[in-house]
Design a protein around this ligand. Structure first.
Ligand code: SAM
Length: 176
């Protein structure tokens, strides 16, 4: 299992980023996202996309993110620009993931130092400041080595037919 914990959601200003953390987690192979704080709107959007485009993917909320980290039954990866290069630790993460669940933690604003200490790995996708969405995408792709790009979806009511140009969406039970 791969779970993603999104820390520090500020209602209103973070709605879009928190939604994108969830959608990216879902699209790129994680099994669930846990949203800290009052992220009800983001949760609704992620669940709506999962209903339409398929799963399985779960969205949860917590008021106790530290507890989620502390009690996680597996290993914890915290994404931070101050961490060790993802390309150096990816092999260890893959080995760990073969045997136990992984929790990938991303922040919003400043992340408290407890999280750095609680993490089994603090991992940087470069040591440049950028985005939790971008960091998560690269981490998941390195973890799954691209296999997440070929996954199939259950329970969708529609899917996209890939095209060089144009947009085609068909009902999920059609042959196309
Ligand atoms: N300045 C904040 C701090 O010092 O904790 C981080 C703010 S950043 C906009 C939000 C989140 O993006 C971070 O908590 C981290 O999870 C992620 N992030 C930003 N740059 C990253 C990088 N180079 N590698 C991995 N994650 C990164």
């Amino acid at each position: 299992e791969v779970a993603v914990l999104r820390l520090g959601h500020r209602p209103g200003r973070d709605n879009r980023m928190t939604t994108h953390v969830g959608l990216t987690a879902r699209a790129l192979g994680a099994d669930r996202v846990v949203l800290a704080g009052d992220a009800t709107q983001s949760r609704a959007t992620i669940e709506d996309i999962t209903d339409r485009f398929g799963g399985p993917f779960a969205v949860e909320q917590t008021d106790e993110p530290k507890r989620v980290v502390r009690e996680f039954p597996g290993r914890v990866v915290h994404l931070t620009m101050y961490g060790l290069p993802v390309q150096e630790v990816a092999g260890e993460l893959r080995d760990a993931h073969a045997n136990e669940p992984l929790l990938v933690v991303v922040g919003a604003e400043k992340v408290s130092f407890d999280v750095y200490e609680a993490a089994d790995w603090n991992v940087g996708v470069t040591n440049q400041p950028h985005s939790e969405v971008a960091g998560l995408a690269v981490l998941l792709d390195r973890l799954f080595e691209g296999r997440e790009l070929d996954r199939s979806w259950e329970g969708a009511d529609r899917h996209v037919v890939p095209m060089a140009t144009g947009k085609k969406v068909v009902p999920a039970d059609s042959e196309e």
